[in-house]
Design a protein around this ligand. Sequence first.
Ligand code: NAP
Length: 285
Amino acid sequence: MAILIDGKQLAIDVRTRIKEATAKLPRRPGLAVILVGEDPASQVYVRNKEKDCIHCGFAGQTFRMEDCSEEELLALIERLNKNENIDGILVQLPLPAHINERRILEAIDPDKDVDAFHPANVGRMVVGKPVLLPCTPAGVMEMFHAYGIDLAGKHCVVVGRSNIVGKPMGLLMLREDATVTFCHSKTPDLAACTREADVLVVAAGRQGLISADMVKEGAVVIDVAMNRDPETGKFTGDVLFDEVEKKASYITPVPGGVGPMTRAILMQNVYAAARHHMGLDTEEE
Ligand code: NAP
């Protein structure tokens, strides 16, 4: 039976550390969250971020807009870029179809890009310079570290190649000397790849995609996905948890696995950005 990686508890530990460290800063870190439209899931995510900010002692500010033009949104981001009390700017995705997502994300000052989606930050991550890291993959790396899972020399297989999860996930594991394989919807024999994995990270968004026969005995299995089960309405992952946990050495649950860590790393990024803006960041550029 696999050891359960408790993302919920790890996230509490991360937030507690941040809260204590924040109390020693000369001013409160500031996070601006922009929400356009009325997507119910986005409303929940934004409320959670507000709660996390309060918990960590940050000054959180949410800009809720029923609708706005791309130019209005760009103007708001420009104001926030210049505001010295704002350390992080986060635009909740998805944006309405009439707004060019890329253009908006690239307007955020890379130093305030706490989601780490800006190409300047992606580039810094690729070449290994100090940078804010994308929250979900960085949260998974924290899980490996917390549970003493050493990636060096391991074969890590990532299912999914999105810019926000799959690609950065593979890059971060490569940085820790793993041998990395990326799978995606055009991979002809997914099972043949996943069965080779010492560490399997699944982020496809396809409920039930990974069954026990696709997993090597003793593998570490990380389920990033959050699918809404059409029958129960509950969140489920891509991995068939009940059968895979019998074969894996470590496994993450959904919910209570990667999701809480993503939230915690966002707070860690705001804290890191704030330190940088306060001139307390001594790491070499
Ligand atoms: P995405 O942009 O839709 O990317 C999904 C990736 O999975 C794509 O690369 C796609 O391949 C691949 N894929 C789809 N079906 C596949 C299949 N049958 N076999 C192999 N690969 C397949 O999604 P995302 O934003 O990366 O998110 C992935 C999942 O993680 C979603 O369930 C999302 O809700 C969840 N998520 C969770 C968190 C969290 O905090 N826990 C954060 C972010 C995302 P192609 O590139 O070929 O299309």
